[in-house]
Design a protein around this ligand. Sequence first.
Ligand SMILES: [Mn+2]
Length: 271
Amino acid sequence: MNTFVIGDIQGCCDQLRQLLQLIDKEDPQARVLFAGDLVNRGPKSLETLRLVKHMGARASTVLGNHDLHLLAVANGIRPAHRSDTLDDILQAPDREELLDWLRHRPLAIVEQGHLLIHAGLFPQWTAAQTLSLASEVQDILRGPDWLDFLRQMYGNTPDRWSDDLQGVERWRCVINALTRMRFCSFDGVMDFISKDGAHGAPEGFLPWFDVAGRKSSDTTVVFGHWSTLGLLLRPDLISLDTGCVWGGKLTAVSLKNRSVIQVDCPQQQRP
Ligand SMILES: [Mn+2]
């Protein structure tokens, strides 16, 4: 069976439908994985959420920072941002069902030997440790105290991993890496400022996946989140965010043979 992974959709549901049609032509049974950020900034977040949820067991998605932002805004924990396009979800009759479904999505998935996350990993994490840490935070998001955690989730510290971190600091560090990280220093400090491409690293930082000795390098890591990096296909990496919402493309890559399917997208937002 073939599995396709799809990058950040951000509410560009028309392009998602086009892409799914092209995938169906290749293999109507194919499984579909999403790298997160299903919603926000694009025009049709509600339709996108409904579509992916409706795909049921055929599809899986990991949570991205925009998906978490939706949960925070819907619960009055974060103010809506000027460029947010989440109102259609917030006013939908099925909003609670959709938000509840979203909250139960994982932060990391392993499939066919590939590790799927939204953004990045610390260099000292193995693939197995990443899954285990993701599962700790998933349990919190799915548990009775999830709103308490969401209230304390935002913040840029601690910005380096330690196995000794406990409680909220531990979970915040994990979720920031998995859903926000782009650059990391040689000794494992996350940067939260630069959104540039691989050559725009702040002094002393480099793309998280190029840190020497990265312990997850024996597993192919698949991720989105980084539109200025674009499509990157390496033996150890698949980077999928090709800037759909910014007028780039929406991309699917086959995990079986790495064939690439892309749909052109009209510009919905200005950087
Ligand atoms: Mn993102």
